[in-house]
Design a protein around this ligand. Structure first.
Ligand code: ADP
Ligand code: ASP
Ligand code: MG
Length: 436
């Protein structure tokens, strides 16, 4: 059974849902994972923020606007009165749920429940449409099997044990529809897999049922060699290894959720990136196969903070790095890049929630400098295949860009550099010119 995930734009209007129904109607067994309609999760974030700030009037207006948007969608989506009525009842129940928060207590748990409404709506609306046009499908509630543990990692054991009986309830079904992004946490509360998390849902389900292929359908024809939002003249890459794709996703290629490659890689399931607007395009295949090419693609991750840690005691002092890393570990703050010299170590983080506490502890034995608004630019490929020359090509392309940090050697797939975020565009353009 294949997993097919469709992102926000692929279900972004009634018209797109009509095309989607045609695209998936081929009788092959599949689980279809849907995102919320494009824009909805952002709208829900705004609603949650207003409620959190006790701006209930503002929240009411935002909820009414979203309701109106969906009223228009259902009128265009359905052509029979019966389907339209079901759609109206669905909207009535979800929007009165949202409105109930303008009268009630509001905490972080309610905020997550609000964020879940987008995927609950898109899947149910699409399921009713399939019903209207007489295509059999089963709506699988993701909240019955998707779960994260206390470290916010997918609880693969739980998911495996719980999705199988859900599927077995319908031995003759060929088409399952389920929600991306949403899950329950270790306490059973509604939670989510972070923004862009529907990709992760698809690969987690793929791994849980040992699917033969996971397809991520979006609005572009595969992983491009550079960020198409920033650079002109990018092109799709036909093949990537799991390691290469994971680096690109983690370091900012928005087409994939940062950590969604791992579940597929663990079970060696190929991931295909495809374009709903251009279904015949080849897209990108991500698999265990490594291709011999050298430099394949570039991606950029913003919002990076660098911490420079200086200590007179560092040279020859074993245990120094352990003492530093333990602090980050205690505050559950992952480190992305590291470089060292004899007297200093520089490292980067993107989660600054506990930065002040980390800084205080580090200052007990080192001198700290913190730099914000930085961008990691990551150059990905199979560098072992081309042992000489690629470093020259990369840094030759970057000869006019001031570089704050360089990291290479951690894997054969990645050279990372750190630049001021203001220079991100120039850096990506320079690399495009020099490398591709
Ligand atoms: P979806 O809503 O389908 O999940 P996303 O917006 O999350 O879609 O991801 C697709 C978008 O990712 C593309 O429209 C493109 O602008 C952006 N993107 C950023 N970097 C890349 C890249 N290297 N290759 C392809 N798309 C990229
Ligand atoms: N709807 C969620 C978001 O906008 C999840 C996703 O689209 O993947 O982030
Ligand atoms: Mg996405």
């Amino acid at each position: 059974m294949k997993i097919l995930k469709f992102g926000g734009t692929s279900v972004g209007s009634a018209e797109r849902m009509h095309s989607l129904a045609k695209l998936i109607n081929d009788n092959a067994p599949k689980i279809v994972v849907l995102s919320a309609m494009s824009g909805t999760t952002n709208n829900l974030v705004e609603i949650g923020t207003a409620l959190y700030a006790k701006e209930n009037d503002k929240a009411k207006v935002l909820i009414n606007d979203l309701d109106k948007k969906y009223q228009t969608v259902i009128k265009q989506l359905y052509s029979t009165d019966a389907a339209l009525k079901k759609g109206q009842e669905l909207l009535e129940s979800h929007f009165s749920y949202l409105r109930s928060f303008t009268m009630d207590m509001f905490t972080i748990n309610e905020e997550r429940a609000i964020l879940a409404q987008g995927e609950l709506l898109s899947t149910a609306l699409f399921h009713y449409y399939l019903e209207e046009i007489k295509i059999d499908s089963v709506l699988l509630p993701a909240l019955n099997f998707m779960r994260i543990d206390e470290n916010e990692e997918p609880d693969m054991k739980y998911i495996e044990t719980n999705i199988k009986p859900e599927l077995q309830k319908y031995p003759n079904a060929k088409l399952f529809i389920t929600q991306g992004y949403i899950c329950r946490n270790a306490f059973g509360e509604i939670d989510n897999l972070k923004r862009g998390g529907s990709d992760y849902t698809a690969t987690i389900i793929g791994a849980a049922i040992q699917s033969e292929e996971i397809q991520i359908w979006t609005d572009i024809d595969g992983m491009h060699n550079n960020d198409p939002r920033v650079v002109d003249k990018t092109h799709p890459i036909a093949e990537l290894s799991f390691d290469e794709a994971a680096e690109l996703a983690y370091f900012g290629a928005k087409i994939l959720h940062p950590t969604c490659i791992l579940p597929a890689q663990m079970k060696n399931i190929p991931v295909r990136l495809l374009n709903t607007m251009q279904p015949e395009a080849k897209g990108t295949v991500i698999s265990s196969k490594t291709t011999g090419d050298s430099i394949k693609a570039v991606a950029a991750k913003d919002g990076i903070t660098a911490i420079n840690i200086k200590s007179g005691r560092m040279l020859l002092a074993y245990g120094f790095l352990r003492a530093v890393f333990e602090i980050f570990e205690r505050y559950k703050t992952p480190i992305d890049m590291i470089t060292t010299s004899e007297v200093a170590v520089s490292l980067t983080i993107d989660n600054t929630k506990n930065l002040e506490a980390i800084r205080k502890e580090l200052e007990e034995f080192c001198i700290i400098e913190v730099d914000t608004d930085l961008t990691i630019v990551c150059i990905v490929g199979s560098f072992a295949a081309e042992k000489q020359g690629y470093a020259f090509r990369i840094f030759d392309a970057l000869k006019n860009i001031p570089i704050r940090m360089i990291s290479y050697g951690g894997s054969e797939n990645n050279v990372s550099i750190l630049v001021d975020s203001k220079l991100k565009k120039d850096t990506l353009i320079a690399l495009n010119k020099g490398l591709f």
